[in-house]
Design a protein around this ligand. Sequence first.
Ligand code: NAD
Length: 281
Amino acid sequence: LRRAVLIGLIGEGVTPSLTPPMHELEGARHGMHYVYRTIDLAPGESTEEYVGRLLADARRLGFDGLNVTHPVKQTVLPLLDELAPAARTVGAVNTVVFDGDRMIGHNTDVTGFGAAFDETLGDAPRDLVVLVGAGGAGAAVASALAAREVGELVIADAAPGRAAALAASVAEVSTGRVRSIGTDELAGALADADGVVNATPFGMAAHPGAAFDVGLVPGRAFVADVVYRPVETELLVAARDRGCRVMSGLGMAMHQAADAFEIFTGEPADREAMLADLTDL
Ligand code: NAD
């Protein structure tokens, strides 16, 4: 009999997500009967009470674990029995695994961006890195960078309070300096940067363009994007033209799924195959 694995994804607007087919294709490679269902939250259902009931029901119905996404990555925190270090650092959870009576929260956006960064930009100079966008993805990026000896991390967001709050929390776990700036100070910071990461939605079809002028970024700097649909964002195309090293959001998307697969099943994910699947999907 094939090993049966049942996983769900809880969040708003999750029906078109590419995470379910990525997991199911990887499960099939492992000879598993791997079923991954989306559980789309209607407006008004993203409350601690409602999601708490869903988690309890999912466990009762035999789910092995869940991915959790916007807007409930923080909502689930008080519902869990234990947090893995990456989830604790970032204060958000995207993966919940049922371990007997216990629910354990992980954050594979953090480990996923970290793995993608190590692979693509591990040797890149990073005395000064600018992060644009301090939402969910930006928080994961900042946490991952805090563990990667960035001399100074400068965080900008169109909502200045969000950048300031993220800088304050990341400063507690970072060995380097962390500060926030207003978007009006971005030009100066970018001119000195060794690297810049876009963690805003700019670059997606619904948000064409870029959050900042790539002409302000030195050609010696790296430019990374978390957006992965499309893979080649306007930002990355323009950055490559300037001679910058670039990293797309595809690696993060694949590694977050691969890390979650390993947490759910205890088996090593075939990351190359998962990347090929994601590219084909
Ligand atoms: P979010 O809404 O939580 O955060 C986006 C942030 O960008 C907000 O704080 C907003 O104020 C800020 N922002 C918007 N325009 C800006 C501008 N011009 N200048 C500065 N800041 C600006 O969204 P999120 O969940 O963090 O997702 C952001 C993007 O990350 C999504 O569009 C998605 O494509 C991508 N993402 C990718 C992965 C992956 O695995 N590669 C994972 C998660 C999210």
